[in-house]
Design a protein around this ligand. Structure first.
Ligand code: ADP
Ligand code: MG
Length: 256
């Protein structure tokens, strides 16, 4: 283990499904406050890597530690990992469609005492203020009372990011947020993630290169290929790396 403190450190992770090696000797280190973009062709193992971090899938071997090695994530279950402050946004939004935007945020508030209490209990001033603050961050103040099910696709994605903020997630894992978004929504999502960087640590999996460039300026980008880190570096370097061009950018598909 390196001497430098990392918020998240993965070393030598392996995971195979029926003999197919989806994650192959994967090592990955994340500093607190980083906004890291992970790209790579379809099937590179990006989503599986998030499954390993969140405890959804157990690796065959390797190590995965949190907060400068204070917690061995491989010894914890999904709920315990979530309680450490590791929040995940799936590709398809999973909001409560029949509840208002505000209610969705109340339901996610850290320390919230169950669904019944969140919806029908007395809402404290602190909770109100936190919800208002998050609504501003995710640009949904004007839609606070709308049912989440009636929001546009992009707005639902922002609400879900807001729900991670309400949970007080220290690490936000965001899988392909721009999928299905208009260019305008994608750009605004980029601005939202940039505004959160530093205060939170964020891993974004993405394939839209304009979006990757927008959010990774001056930051490290990781390229995954066949379950392994192919290379890491600034986006310009990545886009000019022969190996990346070969396995990813050279392919005509938009896959990531
Ligand atoms: P990416 O997100 O980079 O597109 P994934 O992590 O979804 O890639 O998948 C990596 C590989 O692992 C794919 O070939 C996929 O079919 C396989 N895989 C992922 N999860 C499972 C699973 N639960 N069972 C079997 N194969 C899986
Ligand atoms: Mg995926």
């Amino acid at each position: 283990m390196s001497a430098k403190p990392f918020l998240l450190a993965a070393e030598g992770l392996n995971k195979s499904f029926d003999g197919f090696q989806a994650i192959n000797d994967l090592s990955f280190y994340l500093d607190e406050g980083e906004l890291r973009t992970v790209i790579g062709p379809n099937g590179a193992g990006k989503t599986t890597f998030l499954d390993l971090i969140t405890g959804r899938t157990a690796p065959d071997n390797g190590s995965l530690v949190w907060d400068d090695g204070k917690h061995d994530l491989l010894k914890l279950n999904e709920y315990e990992i979530y309680r450490l402050g590791i929040g995940r946004k799936f590709q398809t939004p999973t909001v409560y469609n029949d509840h208002s935007v505000t209610e969705n945020l109340l339901l996610s508030l850290a320390g919230s005492r169950g669904i019944w209490h969140s919806l029908f209990g007395k809402i404290t001033r602190d909770q109100c203020e936190r919800v208002a603050e998050i609504l501003t961050i995710i640009n949904l103040t004007g839609h606070a009372h709308r049912k989440a099910g009636t929001l546009a696709h992009g707005q639902k994605q922002w609400l879900e990011i807001g729900m991670l903020l309400a949970q007080d997630a220290r690490l936000l894992l965001v899988d392909e947020p721009a999928a299905g978004m208009t260019d305008e929504e994608t750009h605004r999502t980029g601005e939202l993630l940039l505004s959160l960087a530093g205060k939170h640590t964020i891993v974004v999996i993405e394939h839209d290169m304009a979006f990757v460039r927008q959010i990774s300026r001056g930051r490290k980008v990781t390229v995954l290929h066949q379950g392994h880190v192919l290379c890491e570096g600034p986006v310009d370097q990545i886009q000019n790396d022969e190996r990346v061009i070969e396995v990813y950018l050279g392919r005509k598909s938009k896959a990531a």
